[in-house]
Design a protein around this ligand. Structure first.
Ligand code: EIS
Length: 203
């Protein structure tokens, strides 16, 4: 699932630009990660693919103006209630959550302390990323949904798409994905900070 052949997150250019089409296909691919976790996570998958669709539409409607994710922000920074700025912000937050969750799995594995119960990692990632943007209601839903978090063994098996004895391969692929994913998220965070586009509004 995490293999390189599948849409990887783009390596940013030297001047810190992120190829938009590659970023969106990689994000869409990662959205499917939640589908693999089980049907209860389908709303998460739809939320992320919804963000990706809106951004894809913006790119289609602005041919030649958007090559990089950076272009979307530059074009829309001054627009009040820009759909694209909102979609990218939520997409970035979902990626940040997923990134920390996967990073936790990789780190625990490397430290020789893998834990079958992944819920603590899930909750830690949540505390650090999405929680403050969620109102009481959504926090409760998250809490409930996180109980369906698969075990480490089941997760790694699902991500190996049924192949057995692939645990170390999958973890290595996760580590590989994290490299550019982190770079992409960092750049988007910098741009949102620079243009003062981040918001604390809760859903
Ligand atoms: C954003 O979503 C949209 O993404 C954005 C725009 O519409 C914006 C509004 O300004 O809202 O509310 C979303 C938020 N997204 C905000 C949460 C979605 C997660 C789904 C929650 C589950 C709902 C289940 C409902 C079931 C009710 C059942 C009741 C039964 C009686 C290992 C486990 C971890 C899983 C969790 C991971 C979460 C990841 C990401 C979520 C991102 C988020 O917080 S826009 O859309 O701009 O494109 O229009």
């Amino acid at each position: 699932f995490f293999t390189k052949a599948h849409s990887p997150f783009p390596e940013p250019t030297l001047d810190e630009k992120i190829k938009a089409d590659e970023f969106l296909s990689a994000s869409n691919h990662l959205a499917q990660f939640f589908g693999i976790l089980g049907t209860i996570f389908t709303p998460v998958q739809s939320d992320i693919s919804g963000n990706v669709k809106k951004l894809g539409k913006f790119i289609e409607e602005n041919p030649e103006k958007v090559v990089y994710v950076n272009d979307i922000i530059l074009l829309e920074a001054g627009v009040t209630q820009s759909i694209s700025i909102d979609a990218l912000l939520w997409l970035k937050r979902a990626l940040e959550f997923t990134m920390l969750f996967i990073d936790g799995i990789v780190c625990d594995t490397k430290n020789g302390t893998p834990n079958e119960d992944l819920r603590p990692l899930c909750l830690q990632a949540y505390e650090k990323t999405l929680k403050k943007y969620h109102g009481w209601m959504v926090q409760q839903i998250f809490n409930l949904v996180s109980r369906a978090c698969p075990s480490r063994r089941d997760l790694l098996a699902s991500l190996a798409l049924g192949e057995t004895d692939m645990e170390s391969v999958v973890v290595a692929q996760m580590e590989e994905v994290l490299v550019n994913l982190k770079k992409n998220v960092t750049i988007i965070n910098q741009l949102y900070a620079q243009y003062n586009l981040d918001t604390e509004v809760k859903v």
